[in-house]
Write a protein that binds this ligand. Structure first.
Ligand SMILES: [Zn+2]
Length: 253
């Protein structure tokens, strides 16, 4: 089967699209829909999946879960009436509030990376978790001689200066050779070994020059995140975990 065209990588602001049904079937008591292209982000990279609806004149498919398996995006959910037939044209609509929250939480992780870099910490980015229930980013490094309260304040201040003044977020597509030729990109890529050889790689840049390979969804300006608050900074066995939260600005989303 052809791989799904992943529209969610190309335009972070789009919430609706047309698509064609490639497959609609049942799998382990759940209905599954596969489209030729989709805006629904599949859970991965520490970011939860999108939800929303896929519909035509006859039926609505409520999307509850989305997974990426071998390049194919599987939408799991429930039909309100008869299932789709192969080849039908359908209309996809994201739960845009949910998407926006997840993009803000995920982008806050990139802003934290940039903040630490600007503050002179050479920690290597590792695992990240951008779910609403306790998001965090992890780094290899240690907190010897680090004043944690001061670091918390410094991070929050810098994040919120960028949030207040705004900072554009841009995306471009490169190949693996380009990533391997750029030391900055190599440093920020915890999953370098897994980067595909012959597929486009999405590189996201925060501000003028802070770039990292990433296949998540992002906001288009740091000002959309709102306030970033650092809940906790702790280290165990060379892994530093920074737990954070975000809060909408009064006039924001
Ligand atoms: Zn990312």
């Amino acid at each position: 089967m052809n791989q799904t065209k992943k529209l969610y990588l190309d335009d972070f602001t789009k919430n609706t699209c047309q698509a064609h049904v490639m497959h609609a079937f049942r799998e382990k008591d759940r209905d599954v829909v596969i489209l030729d292209q989709t805006l629904f982000y599949p859970q991965g990279g520490g970011q939860p999946c999108d939800q929303g609806t896929i519909q035509n004149d006859q039926t609505i498919f409520n999307v509850q879960d989305v997974r990426l398996i071998d390049g194919i995006v599987k939408h799991f959910g429930v039909f309100t009436s008869t299932p789709f037939e192969i080849g039908q044209e359908v209309y996809c609509k994201l739960d845009s509030e949910r998407r926006m929250l997840h993009s803000r939480l995920h982008s806050a992780g990139h802003v934290l990376d940039k903040t630490l870099y600007e503050l002179g910490f050479n920690w290597i980015p590792g695992k990240s978790y951008h779910f609403p229930n306790g998001p965090y980013v992890e780094y290899s490094g240690n907190l010897h001689n680090v004043d944690i309260d001061k670091l918390k304040n410094d991070i929050e201040n810098l994040c919120n200066v960028w949030g207040t003044h705004g900072m554009p977020v841009t995306s471009k597509v490169v190949d693996k050779k380009t990533v391997l030729a750029n030391e900055q990109l190599i440093r920020r890529c915890a999953f370098l070994a897994n980067l595909p050889d012959n597929k486009p790689i999405y590189v996201i840049t925060y501000g003028d020059d802070f770039a990292s390979p990433c296949s998540g969804t992002h906001i288009t300006n740091v000002s959309e995140i709102g306030h970033i608050m650092i809940r906790k900074i702790k280290e165990s066995d060379g892994t530093i975990r920074i737990s954070y939260d975000i809060r909408s600005l009064p006039n924001g989303e």
